[in-house]
Design a protein. Sequence first.
Length: 725
Amino acid sequence: MTHLSQQLKTKHLVLAVTAALSLPVQADQQQTAEHIVVHSDFRGSAIEQLPGSISVIDAMQLEDEGANHFEDVLNSIANLNWAGGTSRPRYFQIRGVGEQAEYQGAPNSSVGFIVDDIDLSGLGMTASMFDVEQVEVLRGPQGTKYGANALAGLIYIKTKDPTDVAEHGMKLSVGDDDLREFAGYSSGAINDSGSLQYRVAVQQQQQNGYRDNKYLGKDDTNERDELTARAKFRWLTNENTTIDLTVLRADFDNGYDAWTLDNNGFDTLSDKPGEDSQTTNAASLKMTFRHATSFDVTSITSYADSDHRHAYDGDWANPDYWASKECAIYDDAWNVVDSEPCIYDYWWDKKGNRETWTQEVRLSSTEQGRIFNDSSHWLVGMYAMNLDESNDLTVDQAYNGYGAWRELFDSEYEATNLALFGQLDSELSDGYSLSVGARIEYRDADYSDSAGEDFDPSETMWGGHIALHKAFNAEHQGYLKAARGYKAGGFNMALPDDLAEEKEFDKETLYNYEIGLKSLLLNNALISNVAVFYMDRQDQQVEGSRQEVGSGDFWLFTTNATSSTSYGLEWDLNWQATDELIVYGSLGLLDAEYDDYEYQADEDETIDLSGRDLAHAPSTTYSLGATYLLPQGWFINANANGKGEFYYSDSHNSKSDDYILFNARAGYETEHWSVAIWGRNLTDEEYGVRGFYFGNEPDQDWAAKQYIRYGDPRQIGLTLTVDLD
């Protein structure tokens, strides 16, 4: 879509939002391109009608900023952060809630990640932005809609649907670090009547990965080699039935060589570079039927099969480097008795396969099916999920005085979730409406491994919400909302005997209280959505760690803190300043602290984290962007995003620095093609995205220090786009 058509779309959008603010959304309202529709909602409602803090990044912003991957846009979303211990973002935090890593094989996500109704929670690295309609981020617990996998919120990616008219296009990009990208799409009707439609999109991107391995003399040990292919089919069987089929193939074969001993983030010394790869074959089938005139039946079936591997050189160097250092030799009482050239080698390699089946069936009322004197819409449904994951872990180690040895660790994990849910949306008098929803979920898990561990927990959890919505006038709508979210308990594997008490951890509960105002200002030119929230987390699950005195043996595990409280603000705005200028931005403020929490670092040290900020919970996140269109076909987009400092972990006080990133894209376009030059991180800011604090240097007697993984440096590129219809 060219900027000329986008500009027209924006004008239509403002008119549509005005109408949405003025009138109730009808349950059977047909979705059109002019409405900001939240697809992750049960009914596909307009964003202005939903009581909750929701950010939507549409196709226009994705194109204006030249986004290729979700990593390119996530910093534009208020109070969203990520832990950069993988080649692409995979572990997310919303309002400071979410995992930072997963080193064993029992997935238990706090932030849901769904692409076209396919559940990829914890596997979100295959998140291409090519041919995407919009990205939705729902903040706060989604206890009614999504249950245990959405304690903190949900990220939902909606790709573009098939069309009844022919559309074809392609994109070519080149850039720094040997970037090469090819992408193309095709859409249209398969039969003459247009009742059977298709859309196919393919993107292949390769890049060297910004790291130079000085020991091996290579510049591609951290490379990205990413393929995404998607086919969508829509069958309009009759006026009452629609069937949508999505088939996805993602093959991300990325290197992983990102850590250094001296925190020089872009010159590595490893002799065995790692790998961070994922191959996913997935599909979803959505069928919607209208039963008579009173209710609709929606069935959503999804399946995903993912092979994933995460491997790294854990000593972050090579035999020659370590042989140039002197290491202490200890007796049985840990007294230093001698020294000799260091021998240190560590290789960590986890290969896994995850299969996920989901089935949801829901019944929702139409206009004619309202109850309570036609005042209330109703919805009931059931959900089932089966997740099966197997993992093979290999660890090779060698130390002075210990020789070399290999540890093999295999595990099998299966979890089945069954849920019932319902929601009632009632129109009251004087512009008020009330939404009440609840979900009860049963989870049964079974785990076993080659070390003899065997767990089979089961539990019943519940969540829900109650929200009061008020339409003050055509310009302002407000809401009050209380929600309860939950996350299942779990267990830690392969821990030593002195950590036996950490084998299992309890489920977590989160209560969220929120007030929001959604407005049209400046003669309907400025859309503003602001929310203020307070969260109470009980039996909070946190990441703990322990290192054995005098060695490099290091364990990460999940444990329960007592509780924590958080409060803050989110604000999104979009301003059509003139016919040629669009300005948009976001602001997130967050204060997330432990209440009372003491952490046992080792046998002799207890760390009191009471009152400390949670990990990966920056106090500020912000973004500001603008697109300017010239009548002659020239355009320019400039945007900036940043965040305040944050703690890297729950188990130490290592912190990031605050930072701001500047990006730009400028070019020329006609009705059918465009060319643009673009740049990301234009000031070449060095910013941390993941940090550890532990001992990894035997020549320093394993003394703990901070190690940082940095985000991508400056990149400049050129993109040619062709669109035909």
